[in-house]
Design a protein around this ligand. Structure first.
Ligand code: DX5
Ligand code: ZN
Length: 234
């Protein structure tokens, strides 16, 4: 992840949209098709009503998929609780929601994540303003995540009203990775990329595509093209 210069485009297929019965093959084909990261959606049935995967599945992926860089999106009510397990399972970055911790709690969780050798992301759900990520928290984190659907499941419709939050964060944090997640595809990526997002998560649009490498290429190109429109630093 970048901290000072303009951050590079990264495309992260959301493994939630894969066929879990063939998980190793599904992850491997994404890496062959040009994915930079694997986006792993962990849900605990509390922060969101759904339950997905946990540390044992993350460990299987890191053991069986060569070159897997697991970007772990933790939709959990108690982010501190899972940091060690995810680090031990091979997670490379750990993104938690500011709604789960508040500002003071976020500060402590960021330290814990860094102590466990992972990069740290801080997420905002659609109904949370980007200003919930204060300057202090944003500067301490490695990545900021703007959700463009209500967290909880894949295959939902992109919420364009979340895009101004990307611009606001890009102006305040010019060197950070800014991720968008939810309903992203070749059709919806442009406003996000133009607003300042450089990390694109896409589940359905990549896994269900006839030619995933072509979709990954187009998402990356949208980010590279969008950089010239990024809002200038505040
Ligand atoms: C939603 C998850 C997303 C989701 C994305 O709670 O955080 O990562 O799987 O899937 P698509 O791209 O299908 O919206
Ligand atoms: Zn996600």
């Amino acid at each position: 992840m970048s901290t000072s210069s303009t951050p590079s485009a990264k495309i992260a297929p959301s493994v939630l949209a894969s066929d879990f019965g063939k998980l190793t093959a599904e992850c491997t084909r994404m890496i062959k098709d040009g994915a930079d990261w694997l986006h792993m959606d962990v849900m605990d049935g509390h922060f969101v009503p759904n339950i997905t995967i946990g540390a044992p599945v993350l460990k299987s992926v890191s053991d069986s998929v060569t070159g897997a860089w697991m970007d772990c999106h933790m939709m959990v009510a108690d982010p501190a609780r899972w940091v060690k397990d995810v680090a031990d399972a091979g997670g490379k970055s750990y993104t938690f929601h500011i709604e789960a911790t508040g500002e003071e709690g976020a500060d402590k969780v960021i330290d814990l994540i860094h102590e466990h050798g992972m990069k740290c992301g801080v997420a905002v759900s659609p109904h949370t303003p980007s200003t919930a990520i204060t300057d202090a928290i944003g500067n301490k984190a490695d990545m900021l995540l703007v959700m463009t659907v209500v967290p909880g499941r894949g295959g939902q419709k992109f919420m364009a009203e979340c895009v101004p939050k990307v611009s606001e964060l890009r102006a305040r944090f010019p060197g950070k990775d800014i991720q968008v997640d939810g309903g992203l595809s070749e059709k919806t990526v442009k406003p996000c990329a133009d607003a300042g997002s450089n990390v694109i998560v896409a589940g359905t649009a990549i896994f269900n595509a006839e030619n995933p490498s072509d979709v990954i290429f187009k998402l990356r190109k949208a980010v590279d093209d969008g950089k010239s429109s990024w809002p200038k630093a505040a």
